[in-house]
Design a protein around this ligand. Structure first.
Ligand code: GAP
Length: 476
């Protein structure tokens, strides 16, 4: 059985060290979350797979790692200062603030109001006569106003005591446009090619929520793919299919995914066509990834504002033009949540007991292998530590060493964090009990099949490689 409520995931994440509430000992800070020891491994594994798949293994892609703070002129040129906003209303009774579109869509899910002008939103809100979701009062909302999502901060202090206002980046894309000329000048790339980046983006969201689904700061992975204008439909289809393929490779079931095209009203200020890949969460179908045709909007505006020539010169024909852009964007924090939801399984075991198991793809699991000495006897622990050290020396697998509780409890714990293999070191390993297997053998238990196999320690590395070689051959 999959997760039926987000609370199951939130509770497992806190209990097992995936994600904690931010600033926890001070009572938290609304909608801020910290990735714990297992969460950071999971998120990094997703990121590394993405980077390898879309950057390192492609000859038409290069990566950058850019600064979060940029010259404010970037955000004027990109249109974010003027257009990156949501419409919001305040409740005059309880003073809570809400996104106007969320209030309307919650009252009437068939009504899409994205991109509608303020006066239309106000007319709809008035007609719906909604009660405030917080205090329940009717007729208490102010008129809708726009609210810019860019976070501001101040930089340095001049002699006159003035500070310069800058923005935390609202999207990571702009650094790739701003570096377009640097890449052309240094990397010998020919169109079509892409520039990729991974990093934090910041948005002063009016109504964040649903755990790590919508937060004020979040990790993004995306690339800008530069093409000739007449190729845009071909590459739009190509990248949509690549995004879907990767979701299947990392373990998503196609039945939990769907494509939704943005209506003209919904389109971002820079986009001519956008589709979302949505995931079927316990709180409804929600955007997981986006794909946009950004035309030449960004490069053209940066060229005008910076005065720099950002045209591409075709090396064969000598033709100069501003490239167009297809932008596949992958929200990393959001994908981490969807990976947790997709992996969560409650099932009955053949012996009638039930277990919760995170069926992560092996390459994504935060811990690869757990070493479990059968008991706390000193000489058994010493032998288990030897086996552990062998794995540390011979592989780059991420390991856990667990001696706390009964062996059954420890298996359950490893299932709940999605560890693909457990290695049990028992008295047979020490040659003390014949029925457990011969001297210097251990038991390998598979998370999904529950199969247990007795293996000589000398063959351990080879045996483990069978489980990983297709997926993570960098280990060997
Ligand atoms: N450069 C294009 C861009 O940033 P976007 O649709 O605004 O596009 C990209 O955001 C992705 O970032 C979304 O598809 C979603 O996965 C994720 N995302 C957006 N806002 C988010 C938030 N407040 N918290 C977590 N993830 C978010």
């Amino acid at each position: 059985m999959p997760a039926t409520s987000l609370d199951q995931i939130v509770s497992l994440c806190k209990r097992r060290g995936f994600v904690f509430p931010g600033s926890d000992i001070y009572g938290g800070l609304a909608n801020s979350w910290d990735y714990g020891p297992l969460g950071v491994e999971l998120k990094n594994n997703i990121r590394d797979w993405w980077w390898e798949r879309f950057v390192q293994k492609r000859m038409d892609m290069v990566g950058i790692d850019a600064a979060i703070l940029m010259n404010p002129k970037v955000w004027e040129a990109s249109g974010h200062v003027e257009n990156f906003s949501d419409a919001m209303v305040d409740c005059t009774s309880c003073k809570k603030r809400f996104r106007a579109d969320h209030l309307i869509e919650e009252a009437n899910p068939d009504l899409s109001v994205d991109g509608k002008p303020l006066d239309e939103l106000n007319t709809i809100l008035e007609a719906l006569n909604l009660a405030c979701p917080h205090c329940g009062k009717r007729k208490s909302f102010t008129d809708a106003r726009t609210f810019n999502l860019m976070f501001r901060t101040s930089l340095g202090v001049t002699e006159e005591g003035k500070q310069r206002e800058v923005y935390f980046r609202g999207e990571i894309a702009q650094a790739m446009f701003v570096n377009f000329k640097n890449i052309l000048d240094t990397m010998r790339k020919r169109i079509p090619f892409g520039i990729a980046s991974v990093g934090k983006a910041f948005r002063n969201e009016i109504s964040p929520g649903n755990f790590i689904f919508r937060t004020l700061e979040f990790d993004l992975m995306e690339f800008e793919y530069f093409i000739q204008e007449d190729q845009w439909e071909e590459y739009f289809e190509y990248w949509l299919s690549e995004q879907q393929k990767w979701l299947s490779e990392i373990g998503f079931n196609a039945k939990n995914l769907r494509i939704r095209e943005h209506t003209a009203d919904e389109l971002s200020h820079y986009s001519k066509k956008t589709v979302d890949i949505e995931y079927n969460t316990p709180f409804g179908w929600k955007e997981l990834f986006g794909l946009a045709y950004r035309t030449d909007f960004d490069l053209k505006n940066h060229m005008e504002q910076s005065g720099q020539d950002l045209q591409y010169t075709d090396p064969d024909s000598g033709e100069k033009y501003i490239p167009h852009v297809i932008e596949p964007t992958f929200g990393l924090s959001r994908l981490t949540l969807m990976v947790l939801l997709e992996a969560y399984t409650e099932e009955e075991l053949p012996n009638g007991e039930s277990r919760t198991v995170m069926k992560f793809d092996k390459r994504l699991a935060p811990i690869d292998i757990a070493i479990l000495p059968l008991s706390k006897k000193e000489h058994l622990i010493a032998k288990a530590k030897e086996v552990h050290q062998l794995l540390l020396d011979q592989t780059n697998l991420v390991t856990d060493f667990d001696v706390t509780g009964s062996i059954g409890k420890r298996y359950r714990r490893q299932d709940e964090i999605g560890t693909p293999l457990c290695i049990t070191v028992d008295f047979g390993t020490l040659g003390e009990e014949d029925e457990q297997g011969a001297l210097d053998t251990v038991t390998i238990r598979d998370r999904d099949t529950l199969e247990q196999k007795r293996v000589p320690i000398a063959n351990l590395r080879e045996e483990i490689a069978k489980h990983w070689k297709k997926l993570r051959n960098t280990h060997y």
